[in-house]
Design a protein around this ligand. Structure first.
Ligand SMILES: Cc1cc2nc3c(=O)[nH]c(=O)nc-3n(C[C@H](O)[C@H](O)[C@H](O)COP(=O)(O)OP(=O)(O)OC[C@H]3O[C@@H](n4cnc5c(N)ncnc54)[C@H](O)[C@@H]3O)c2cc1C
Length: 833
């Protein structure tokens, strides 16, 4: 057995096998896969094999799309038939809200090039008479997906991998990982059978690998411990039952009718498909427990749990309602297996936190569907440096060090039972909350704050009515304008016309200092560095020239910088920054970098009256001028005192109004909050949440990381040349220039429906042609209509271009407007006083 390879893949389920295959296909000819037992012996063997397209995430939809297309090619390549039944997928809606959900999802499908169509109940009945359609509003139909045999598709990928030179070693378990500074030394133990268990033998070898990928399925917790990292990948029980033949179905098929599509009754939390004249019923029920929180026992191999019929009784009855002919069919077989989950349902794919050349592909709940695409895009990341799609939403570091086993287990249970809930874009899930709260949390809650969950933090989304029942937010959700809309509207107006106070404590903050800091940052980011006491907005690029992180940089001293980036991406930003610093210290000189996110609270005060509110609190020899343009110009930073609170104030406002960010010691947050609220009272200051802020920033065309900014577009494509200093060298510059401008970010005003705004995923049309997509959406209080930002081809990215936005299956007029349609000259933000 070879002991020195370029890449070692740990885990021979569908995911690991696909990764090994795709690494070889991408050109790496020295790839080995280790499997502790037999290939497919993890969750893969007992999967139902459905390959559903439906997914609200842009990256995941691309991944699923790749898999579905790829699996169709495997037989030709390997000669193995993976049993892909392209029967389609019929996702039914019992309510108009569910149809709204499908119409929103259709935006994602359309922008990813996934074919779909809507069907009426009559069309369904005419095609598939066994389905009871009397209570249906309609359905979404994917013609090109279906189901596959999970073991066969894995074996086909394994054969394809072997044909491309991959070594697949079974009965070898990876037991220890050691990074020498250049390569990984992986200790592998030969596994042997004993009394039906699989146990480690005395035989061990050390394999040296430049890169390691873990795809260990239900063993993710053990893998995490060995690597010294945290992964919220913990399985939950998942059941499906196989039923005896249904005579009506047999007759239907014998008459020459085509197989039924996979039938998803989302409102009944179940899926149904044909199986040899009978049906398979799979469910996503309430109460399915997490398993293996601290590891998989030796005794559990290709095993199953006991079926819990009681737990799925409601779904079973609902199936009889939907396909009445199955009522007489008995139970033939049952499966209750571990299905790996993560708190948000997306797998963890990408570089491991803190480690070099260690890649994770863990936490797959739709792993058969995702395996193909994951292999393809992860291989791109490993071989070429970046994938062609932005993989940030799947990055393992979207969960920080605050994440615990208990959090992951309870959140994964919640995620499992939410598979078929209505996926409102303004959805907030309750489990494990509140967890990370800023000190002012209770004060904000007492004022009616309805909180959103951002990287574990509780952040006010908006302030609702004080007399509302606790579950107000839940009832307020919609695919159209939710009950919260009017509150966000009034908050946005308050910022434009008066003054608002926003809690931005969740921002990620780093302090970088030392003799090497200036040269390093100059290389690491693309804009010129600010002078001491000044601020700039800048971007760190990927190796491939696309946007990795957006920073507001404050220069505290010649060699000291305060870096502020998005709150959702703390561990993600930290990891990239710290690794780059470590690499560059020999070149640029010593520097230290600390993540100070939890030490500094942030309030943003914004609006024409914000100077008046701060003016009432500031302690200064000349309070009347302390906040004037002369003493505190736009884009500068000053240490000020508000009452007894020392504040590092920054004159920037993400809302585009006169305003300051008040970075303060976290332990003084409540004091400062009380001072600001009291001072704001006489100015009618409103407490403002993230939703209003999101609308306001679009009026100023301020891009956001994760929407307009990501690893699939350069800052030039984001149309931010004013923040890119082409006169200097910086990381990713050559790649950025080589890419050119493939598409360009624009802002649009939209004449949409009266009761809805875009969410930022909708397709853009120019006449009959789809020309781009929105990345953000909302309502503009300044223009009294919907607003959005998105990407179109450079030729169309001209103010005045008339486009259409597809919402609720209809096209609505939209016009590209100039950048920063509200106050393009920044007069409001610069106003003196
Ligand atoms: C009842 C049920 C129905 C399902 N239906 C579907 C479906 O219809 N469609 C769908 O897409 N998904 C479905 N799934 C989910 C799907 O089964 C999983 O997402 C998928 O199998 C995950 O594949 P994997 O390769 O990540 O993990 P696994 O298949 O679990 O493979 C991981 C492998 O890693 C090996 N391993 C672990 N640690 C080590 C180590 N240290 N050294 C060497 N080897 C190691 C294990 O032995 C195992 O073989 C279903 C799951 C269940 C339980």
């Amino acid at each position: 057995m070879k002991t020195q390879v370029k890449a070692l893949v740990v885990g021979g389920g569908a995911v690991g096998t696909s990764i090994a295959y795709h690494l070889a296909r991408a050109g790496w000819d020295d790839v080995m896969l280790l499997e502790r037992d037999e290939l497919t012996s993890g969750s893969t063997w007992h999967a139902a094999g459905l390959l559903p397209y439906f997914n609200m995430s842009f990256a995941t939809t691309h991944i699923h799309d790749y898999s579905i297309r790829f699996y169709k090619t495997l037989e030709e390549e390997t000669g193995l038939n993976a049993g892909f039944a392209v029967v389609g997928n019929l996702r039914m809606a019992q309510t108009q809200e569910r149809m709204d959900e499908y119409m929103l999802y259709a935006s994602t499908a359309e922008t990813c090039g996934v074919p779909y169509q809507f069907m009426t109940p009559d069309q369904i009945k005419a095609k598939w008479p066994l389905i009871n359609t009397e209570d249906l509003k309609g359905a979404l139909y994917h013609q090109t997906d279906g189901y596959i045999n999970p073991a066969d598709v894995t074996m086909a990928m394994a054969k394809g991998a072997r044909q491309r030179g991959v070594m697949i070693e079974r009965k070898w378990q990876a037991d220890a990982f050691h990074w020498t500074g250049e390569v990984w030394e992986v200790t592998a133990t030969k596994m042997v059978e004993k009394g039906g268990n699989l146990i480690p033998s005395e035989e061990q070898i050390v394999i040296t690998a430049e890169h390691v990928v873990t795809a260990s399925g239900n063993h993710a917790q053990r893998t995490a411990k060995m690597l010294g990292i945290k992964m919220p990948a913990i399985p939950v029980e998942h059941q499906f039952i196989v039923m005896e033949q249904d005579p009506a179905l047999v007759e239907f098929r014998e008459a020459g009718s085509a197989e039924h599509p996979v039938i998803r009754d989302a409102d009944a939390q179940s899926y149904v498909r044909e199986e040899r004249g009978g049906w398979i019923l799979g469910v996503y029920e309430k109460g399915a427990p997490a398993r293996f929180e601290h590891g998989v026992p030796d005794s559990f191999r290709a095993d199953l749990f006991q079926l819990d019929l009681e737990r799925i009784e409601d779904q079973y009855m609902a199936m009889i309602h939907r396909v009445p002919s199955c009522e007489e069919s008995g139970l033939k077989d049952d499966f209750n297996g571990p299905i790996c989950y993560t708190p948000d349902g997306n797998p963890l794919v990408g570089p491991a936190p803190g480690l070099r050349n260690m890649w994770l592909a863990e936490g797959f709940s739709f792993g058969i569907t995702a395996a193909g695409g994951t292999g393809y895009y992860l291989a791109q990341m490993m071989v070429e440096g970046e994938a062609e799609i932005d993989m940030a939403s799947l990055d393992p570091k979207r969960y920080g060090k605050w994440m615990t086993t208990e959090f992951a287990a309870r959140k994964n249970e919640e995620c499992y039972e939410h598979v078929y809930i209505l996926h409102h874009p303004d959805e907030e899930r309750p489990a494990c909350r509140p967890l990370r709260t800023s000190p002012a949390y209770d004060r904000q809650a007492a004022k009616g704050a309805q909180f959103g969950f951002v990287n574990g933090w509780e952040r006010p989304n908006y302030y609702g009515p004080l007399d509302a029942p606790e579950n107000f937010d839940h009832d307020a959700r919609s695919f159209r304008r939710g009950g919260w809309w009017q509150y966000a509207h009034d908050e946005a107006k308050a910022v434009r016309e008066g003054v608002g106070l926003i809690d931005a404590t969740a921002f990620t903050k780093h302090v970088l200092r030392g003799p090497g800091a200036t040269a390093f940052l100059d290389w690491f980011t693309c804009n010129r560095l600010p002078k001491v006491g000044r601020i700039n907005l800048t971007y760190a690029l990927t190796e491939a020239g696309t946007t990795r992180t957006e920073y507001t940089i404050v220069r505290n001293a010649e060699d000291e910088y305060y870096l502020v980036s998005a709150g959702a991406w703390q561990a993600y930003d930290s990891d990239y920054l710290l690794k780059a610093i470590e690499d560059k210290i020999p070149e640029f000189g010593w520097m230290s970098c600390h993540d100070v996110t939890s030490q500094w609270g942030v309030f943003a005060i914004a609006g024409p009256k914000s100077r008046d509110v701060l003016g009432a609190l500031i302690k200064d020899a000349d309070p009347a001028t302390a906040l004037s343009n002369k003493r505190f110009p736009w884009l500068s930073a000053r240490q000020i005192e508000l009452g007894m609170c020392p504040v590092n104030a920054i004159r920037v406002a993400y809302t585009g109004e006169l305003g300051w960010e008040l970075h303060h010691p976290i332990e003084m947050q409540n004091y400062l909050w009380d001072q600001l609220v009291a001072a704001g009272e006489s100015h009618g200051m409103k407490l403002v949440g993230a939703r209003a802020q999101n609308w306001l920033r679009q009026e100023k065309s301020y891009r956001a990381f994760g929407t307009e900014l990501g690893r699939d577009a350069t800052p030039l494509e984001a149309d931010l040349p004013r923040f890119v200093d082409l006169s200097k060298d910086f990381h990713g510059k050559a790649a950025m220039e080589a890419i050119g401008v493939r598409s360009k970010c624009v802002t649009l005003l939209i004449d949409g429906p009266d009761d809805a705004d875009p969410w930022g995923r909708e397709a853009l049309y120019h006449g009959e042609t789809r020309v781009g997509r929105l990345t953000s959406g909302g309502y503009s209080v300044a223009f009294g209509k919907s607003i959005g930002m998105g990407y179109v081809s450079p030729e169309l990215a001209v103010p005045g271009t008339k486009l259409q936005v597809k919402m609720f299956d209809q096209l609505w007029d939209a016009e590209i407007v100039q950048d920063s349609p509200y106050d393009p000259d920044n007069a409001a933000i610069r106003i003196d006083g």
